[in-house]
Design a protein. Sequence first.
Length: 170
Amino acid sequence: MSLKNSRVRLASVALVVALSGLATAGPAMAATRQPAAAASTASQVRAPAIPSGFVDLPAGALPSDSARHEITVTYRNDTSADRTVAPQLLVTSPDEGPFLAPSDIKLERRKADGCWEAVQVGTQTGTLFTDLPTAQRTLHAGETLTEVYRLTVVDPQAEGTVRPRVALYG
């Protein structure tokens, strides 16, 4: 197997593990932190953090109409410490297929000013998903995260399930 193929395979396996919820085993699965180098350079690249768990919110069927549907993801930091979190939407295909493609849906996120911005979704083995690293934010003790998405099904034949969740770090 070539080095190029093994890197692609390793990246695919890491993504499948993250999507399958295997990282939800709790603090024991928390990502190890690398010690800070004494002399940091601008060219150093830090690997993205791996979630230590997920809070699954109520799932629902993928709407079969072409209307816009709002989905609100809410999480309250009930701990006494700051917590890094990331809202995420998963849109899963039926077990028997056909698998969904990013072109089957249109996803938007409401910005702080009330305007909508397009959200690109990734795809892996029939699951469409929003990016975790760019969605990360720190919630102070007692703060609540509320993220509003707008989902439009472009392909009226598309079937699946919408699964909102919040990734927890640390």
